[in-house]
Ligand binder design. Structure first.
Ligand SMILES: Nc1nc2c(ncn2[C@@H]2O[C@H](COP(=O)(O)OP(=O)(O)OP(=O)(O)O)[C@@H](O)[C@H]2O)c(=O)[nH]1
Length: 353
């Protein structure tokens, strides 16, 4: 797997945790509380001479509820945050257009603008707020086209207060956004280190268990049949004993890069133990995996470790197995291990399926 895909997988795993929870909780809270307030306001306005306001508030409440219900069904879709931001845009301008109850609509704009900033992510929120306030200003200066009547001094006070509110809200959001990004970067770095083998820079066993297998279980159609190849360098102890541990380390790095070069960007090569590696081929049948393992075996055999006076041939043994579905993943890994054992007992430098 190339570095970009690995980063992508790790970032996905990281975001899935705290960030998604925070955004979802915000959307749920704002939708249920905001939807209820709008429904209540619609009811308060029933019987007044402003049927458009009643319809708009009731319609917005219904839309907000429908949106949040759908977001429960599709919890991973971002579209519902943007729809909520659009409903807020519509409500703000609807309030300005109709004037709200006793012409008090302008007072509700500030909390609604804040909701828009919180629900939509930082950069898109700038565009949402600019459009919302742009339409509002247009209506306030073209009052002959709207139902409400706002005295000039209300308009100026409102615009000055809106300007100050937007500046303060965005400055706060900006600093919060920056510190969150910084925190995410640090967390990501820690996570990357925890999931990487420091010697070969390959993903480690933790990555497989906490990230890759989790992802495969969440979306089996994208990964299965998943083929596993357990690879173990032959007579590695002899290399350490002959040339020393440092050269042994160099051999492991050489071996890791050879294996990485022979697989595709979507395949994973991980170091799972001292001189043991696990290669995973998503969407690969047993026969395809055997061919790929044979290709790796030949590449390793053809590329001895060369450094200074040392020219040491290297071979490895391979155990292959395939999981047709996610339920057979653990049995497949055990089978691949058993096959590696057979390859070792059968004389090494071979692939056993
Ligand atoms: N240099 C180095 N050696 C390691 C590392 N991790 C494990 N080893 C060594 O790898 C060797 C593994 O030896 P064995 O399990 O006997 O396997 P082998 O000599 O490869 O023999 P077969 O696997 O049966 O072919 C041991 O000597 C470990 O000390 C490491 O990170 N660096």
């Amino acid at each position: 797997m190339d570095n970009a895909s690995l980063r992508q997988l790790l970032k996905g795993a990281q975001q899935d945790q705290a960030e998604r929870k925070r955004r979802r909780a915000t959307l749920y809270f704002i939708s249920y509380v905001g939807g209820t307030i709008m429904a209540f306001m619609a009811w308060l306005n029933v019987g007044t001479d402003n049927p458009l306001l009643v319809g708009m508030l009731a319609g917005s409440a219904a839309f907000v509820y429908a949106n949040v219900m759908l977001s429960h069904i599709f919890p991973r879709a971002d579209i519902f945050y943007y729809i909520a931001g659009l409903v807020v845009m519509f409500t703000i301008n609807g309030l300005i257009y109709t004037g709200g109850l006793n012409n008090t609509g302008l007072y509700f704009i500030f909390p609604l603008l804040f909701v828009q900033i919180v629900v939509v992510q930082f950069k898109p929120a700038l565009a949402y707020v600019a459009i919302t306030v742009g339409i509002a200003i247009f209506m306030l200066y073209n009052q002959n086209h709207i139902l409400a009547v706002y005295p000039d001094e209300h308009v100026s006070r409102f615009l000055i207060a809106t300007f100050c509110f937007i500046c303060v809200a965005f400055i706060g959001e900006n600093f919060w956004h920056q510190s969150r990004r910084e925190m995410l970067r640090e967390n990501f770095e820690r996570m990357r280190q925890a999931n990487t083998d420091p010697l070969t820079k390959l993903p480690n066993r933790r990555f497989l268990e906490a990230v890759f297998f989790e992802k495969a279980m969440q979306d089996p159609a994208a990964y299965f049949p998943l083929s596993a190849v357990v690879v173990d360098i032959d007579y590695f102890k002899k290399i350490n004993d002959t040339y020393g541990h440092d050269i042994g380390d160099e051999v492991l790095i050489h071996f890791a890069s050879l294996m990485k070069e022979t697989v595709r960007a979507t395949d994973v090569v991980a170091r799972t133990g001292g001189e043991e590696f696990l290669v995973l081929f998503p969407h690969a049948s047993l026969s395809q995996a055997v061919k790929l393992a044979e290709k790796m075996r030949k590449a390793i055999e053809a590329n001895p470790f060369v450094e200074g006076d040392i020219n040491h041939p290297i071979t490895a043994s391979f155990g292959v197995a395939t999981a047709l579905t996610d339920t057979s993943l653990h049995a497949c890994l055990k089978q691949a291990d058993d096959n590696l054992y057979k390859a070792k007992n059968g004389g090494r430098n071979r692939v056993v399926e």
